[in-house]
Write a protein that binds this ligand. Structure first.
Ligand SMILES: *[C@@H]1O[C@H](CO)[C@@H](O)[C@H](O)[C@H]1NC(C)=O
Ligand SMILES: *[C@@H]1O[C@H](CO)[C@@H](O)[C@H](O)[C@H]1NC(C)=O
Ligand SMILES: *[C@@H]1O[C@H](CO)[C@@H](O)[C@H](O)[C@H]1NC(C)=O
Ligand SMILES: *[C@@H]1O[C@H](CO)[C@@H](O)[C@H](O)[C@H]1NC(C)=O
Length: 680
């Protein structure tokens, strides 16, 4: 190893908030290295995130390029290694969102208590407010962008819901206090109402109910971190199987929900965008699963929070007709307009209302097959702590289980994509997590007994590369629909699979699955021969050792500095170039867009086994790397890490001096001679 390498940035600490100013100041100070600074700006990482950039000489740069997996196959064939991302690391642990108490709304909304509750098609005044007089103005659908209130009628406790959504206005008997809020719920069938448009469910024994609970911006791993209780119930009590490499097909929510609901990728959809010539309503140009299901006698429900940013209404023309029997959008448009904060409706958590509408759907229509699709975003979209949502989901799943619904209802907990905000955002882990959202499927017992190998097939597919288009086929299969016009319409050249019926080929690649390389989570692997003399492996290993030393630095009077002894094994995992180059900037709360770091030539991970001296420590470490060549200056090797190395041999009494003061450093600490046990 040549030691000539110039280390141009050492232990760079960078704070997001000041990154813009730093950029300005540094750009002025150093015009020639703007490109380098831009890289750090783009990465805008939290202050304790550790990264180095090393300038490389041509010869070393070429040696490193040669250690990378060959490009020839370019993610086309048999080249999809799923990333093995850590669930918890110190970095992730230290950057959790601020905890939100489960009773947040009850506390925050104490003064704005809700006077009414809706249950099973009726409205009740809470006992405390009985005697109040109320009126109800029904919410009337105008079109998919707007709704309005109809004329007011008196409303008494115990009345049948005046309409799916309504604004209640109440005053206390002494007229000193008032309450006004938009409520909604599922209405009991009348002869002309829900679902009677559809065909009769003649062969209903084949049909199965489906509940989809979606949360905006939740990677599979993040669901385990932030919905720990609901995830556990799904898995342990309802037997849910979670897809490990469920990969998005494009940016944002439409790219995830459109394929699920229509079988068509956003990239292939007919023109429906606002402001584009010839654009049509989504239900005029596409066949939606809701229609297939209604034709078979299903009662359908669709609700999505944050209606002002509707998945199909913000950029697209939306639906010409209400797509489901119970379409919550008109009511949510009015309700959310009145909400003072996005999370609570009065003293209730907003998501509770939608979950209760789903419960009522199942209670009020026992004899009809049912399909409910709900999408929650009030908490998760902003990268907030999800404890209140976890608590609501737990209540819902407890009810689901107690009502014996798993006998004939499959339930899915899912998301559209991983987090796009937050500290991990532009790290390799963050990019891969963004590409791998939650998709957890619990099959009904009825389905498992009718189709004995459904669970086994799903379990196999859980470890294969899967997409939202597969979920569309799977949903049709779960609900017992055999054939669908949607499949014909979805034709294109994409092969999709029903995940309970067909095994996805092990060799499926992103291009086979129609996943653009920007979002492709597949990695290419290569084992490095002779790692102890490999430029990339040795530099990355030194970085890992520096990280250990930096952890023990505050205790240097106790712990010795370590040196790299040897690198015994190294494996490179290379991400798709496009995924690596993807950058996400958040310039304002809702504005997130992509840019590209075009100077980045390659990026991925190195998994290393290394030896440190003088303590003879054996470690496993994972280091993220990037190779960059800008128009100015030397090529750069960028090294960063979100996780600590793990020690794989025993350290015995080497670290006796920190057992009390810094037990987390035991694996990295070799106590100086003569240092005795530190006092606690
Ligand atoms: C599903 O099961 C519930 C409870 O076991 C039952 O009441 C209902 O009729 C069933 N529904 C369908 C569509 O099979
Ligand atoms: C649950 O439903 C299944 C099938 O519908 C039925 O056989 C079973 O007895 C039910 N269990 C309870 C506790 O109601
Ligand atoms: C899924 O669909 C296939 C093909 O349409 C059909 O053969 C199979 O029986 C279906 N599976 C279930 C569980 O309905
Ligand atoms: C370093 O590790 C390699 C691979 O295990 C081994 O062949 C080599 O002898 C080691 N070098 C030293 C100096 O220990």
């Amino acid at each position: 190893m040549s030691l000539k390498t110039r280390r141009i940035f050492k232990r760079l600490t960078f704070n997001t908030r000041f990154s813009l100013w730093s950029l300005v100041i540094l750009s002025i100070a150093c015009l020639s290295c703007t490109a380098t600074i831009l890289w750090f700006f783009n990465h805008a990482l939290p202050s304790d995130y550790m990264q180095y950039a090393e300038a490389l000489e041509e010869e070393h740069f070429n040696a490193i390029i040669n250690s990378l997996p060959p490009k020839t196959e370019e993610f086309s064939k048999r080249n999809c290694q799923s990333p093995n991302l850590p669930l918890e690391t110190k970095f992730i642990h230290d950057h959790r969102p601020v905890p939100m108490p489960a009773d947040f709304c009850w506390k925050a909304g104490g003064s704005a208590e809700n006077w009414l509750r809706v249950s099973e098609s009726r409205v009740y005044l809470k006992p405390k407010f009985s005697g109040s007089s109320c009126t109800a103005e029904p919410v009337v659908w105008v079109d998919d962008q707007s709704s309005e209130f109809g004329s007011a009628r008196p409303l008494r406790s115990g009345d049948e819901l005046p309409s799916l959504g309504f604004r209640a206005s109440c005053q206390s008997p002494d007229r000193t206090s008032r309450h006004s809020s938009v409520y909604y719920g599922v209405k009991r069938a009348t002869s002309s109402a829900a679902g009677s448009r559809g065909g009769s469910p003649t062969d209903s024994s084949e049909l199965g109910n489906v509940i989809m609970l979606g949360l905006d911006s939740l990677s599979r791993l993040e669901s385990l971190r932030s919905l720990p209780r609901a995830s556990r119930i799904m898995q342990d009590r309802l037997g849910a199987i979670t897809l490990q490499q469920y990969n998005i097909m494009g940016d944002g929510t439409p790219a995830a929900l459109l394929p699920i609901l229509t079988g068509i990728r956003e990239a292939d959809m007919p023109e429906s965008r606002k402001g584009f010539a010839g654009a049509r309503f989504l239900d005029d140009s596409l066949r939606w699963i809701f229609q297939d299901l209604r034709d078979r006698g299903f009662v359908t429900l669709y609700g999505e929070e944050q209606s002002a940013y509707g998945t199909f209404q913000l950029r697209f023309h939306g639906f010409r007709r209400q797509p489901t029997d119970f379409y919550l959008r008109p009511a949510l448009l009015q309700q959310e307009r009145l909400q003072t904060n996005a999370i609570c409706i009065g003293d209730e958590i907003a998501s509770a209302r939608m979950l209760s509408a789903v419960k009522d759907l199942f209670t009020l229509y026992p004899d009809r097959p049912k399909f409910a699709f709900t999408f929650f975003s009030s908490l998760s979209h902003e990268n907030q702590d999800l404890s209140p949502m976890d608590a609501e989901l737990v209540k819902f799943l407890d009810w689901f289980e107690a009502a014996n619904l798993s006998s004939n209802t499959s339930i899915i907990l899912m998301s559209d994509h991983g987090q796009r905000h937050g500290p991990l955002r532009n790290s390799m882990q963050g990019k891969l997590e963004e590409s791998l959202p939650l998709m957890s499927i619990a099959l009904s017992r009825q389905l498992m007994s009718r189709k004995k190998d459904a669970a086994e097939t799903l379990r196999t597919n859980a470890n294969r590369l899967t997409t939202p288009v597969d979920i569309h086929r799977t949903l049709l299969n779960l609900s017992g629909l055999r054939d669908s016009t949607t499949l014909a319409a979805g034709g294109a050249s994409l092969t999709s699979y029903s995940l309970i019926d067909e095994a996805v080929p092990e060799t499926r690649s992103c291009s086979d699955a129609g996943i653009p390389t920007h979002w492709c989570s597949c990695l290419r692997l290569k084992k490095i021969q002779e790692p102890s003399s490999n430029e990339l492996a040795v530099r990355a290993a030194r970085f890992a050792v520096n990280q250990m030393n930096s952890a023990t630095e505050p205790f240097r009077h106790l712990c010795q500095e370590l040196q790299l002894g040897n690198v015994t094994e190294a494996e490179v995992s290379l991400a798709s170039e496009d995924l690596a180059r993807r950058e996400r900037h958040v310039s304002w709360r809702y504005v997130a867009y992509n840019a590209e770091n075009s100077a980045l030539l390659a990026a991925g991970y190195l998994t290393l086994r290394l030896v440190t001296e003088p303590n003879g420590g054996l470690f496993e470490a994972s280091v993220q790397f990037g190779l960059q060549r800008s128009r100015f200056g030397s090529p750069l090797l960028l090294l960063s890490s979100t996780s600590e190395a793990s020690r794989i041999n025993r350290y015995g009494s080497q670290a006796h001096c920190v057992t009390e003061v810094a037990p987390h450093l035991r694996k990295f600490c070799l106590c100086r001679t003569g240092v005795s046990d530190s006092p606690s």
